[in-house]
Design a binder for this molecule. Structure first.
Ligand code: FES
Length: 259
């Protein structure tokens, strides 16, 4: 995948960059996506390290990409790994399981049965993440990139249409239009009061004064729920992009982040 180190001078340059990143993304490449945030408490870092070593030893480091991600959602089965392009889901992995994963699954396309999820009611072991009932019933929106991308790589975010909303807001929409669209979408705060986001932005825009301050409050109001934390750890560019769209809408000239 293309690495991103240049300053972009225009929206057109950003579109070109996005196109290049998408074109170079090989959907057929084998990728092991491993959660290394909360799952590290159960040894995910050791699992990840062992996988990289094993791939290097067997000369597969170029063929198989190890993607270190944020939370996949199924934390109770930590450490978890999904393997693309097949969508296999392995759970409760230990470092000593890695040689079998590499020789069976990655080299020969065979499943390592003991790492599959088995429903507590005694049903059949499940191969694909999309068939695990916990995932099958979900449609992720806010967390859509968590578990899919390496949050430290901006090109992973851009490959999944990251910063496209900001580009559209800056190139095609006035601040008022952005606010109208956010109001029409019905977006509300998630802290409990559910205050309409578009209305909040319109108050900020109408406020007197040349300098507006935009504060991203990522406080965990609900101890142990890790709602904001999961987004910040697994998809931080989504937060930055949201902040920049809001800055355009309210006319902010200063940004502040409090976490
Ligand atoms: S912390 Fe690893 S799946 Fe949630």
């Amino acid at each position: 995948m293309t690495t991103t180190r240049q300053r972009l001078a225009s929206i057109e340059a950003f579109s070109k960059l996005t196109e290049g990143i998408k074109d170079s993304f090989d959907t057929e490449k084998v990728r092991c996506r491993i959660c290394i945030t909360g799952c590290r408490a159960f040894g995910a870092l050791e699992v990840c390290e062992r996988l990289k070593q094993e791939l290097a030893t067997r000369g597969l480091a170029e063929e198989v990409e190890v993607v270190e991600t944020g939370c996949h959602g199924f934390c109770a089965r930590a450490p978890v790994m999904e393997i693309d392009p097949w969508g296999y889901f392995y759970q409760g992995i230990e470092p000593d399981d890695i040689p079998a994963i590499v020789s069976e699954t990655l080299e020969n396309g065979r499943i390592v049965e003991k790492l599959l999820y088995s429903p507590p009611d005694g049903g059949e072991a499940i191969k694909l993440a999309s068939d695990v009932p916990f995932y099958a019933a979900q449609k992720k929106r806010v967390l859509r990139n968590c578990g899919q991308i390496d949050p430290r790589k901006i090109e992973h975010y851009i490959q999944r249409d990251g910063y496209a909303a900001l580009a559209k807001a800056l190139a095609e929409m006035s601040p008022e239009e952005v606010i109208e669209e956010v109001e029409a979408a019905g977006l509300r705060g998630r802290g409990g009061a559910g205050f309409p986001t578009g209305r909040k932005w319109s108050f900020c825009r109408a406020a007197e004064g040349d300098t507006k301050y935009l504060i991203c409050n990522a406080d965990e109001g609900d101890p142990g729920a890790f709602m904001d934390r999961a987004v910040l750890e697994g998809d931080p560019h989504a937060v930055i992009e949201g902040m920049l769209v809001a800055a355009h809408a309210i006319g902010a000239t200063e940004g502040r982040s409090s976490i």
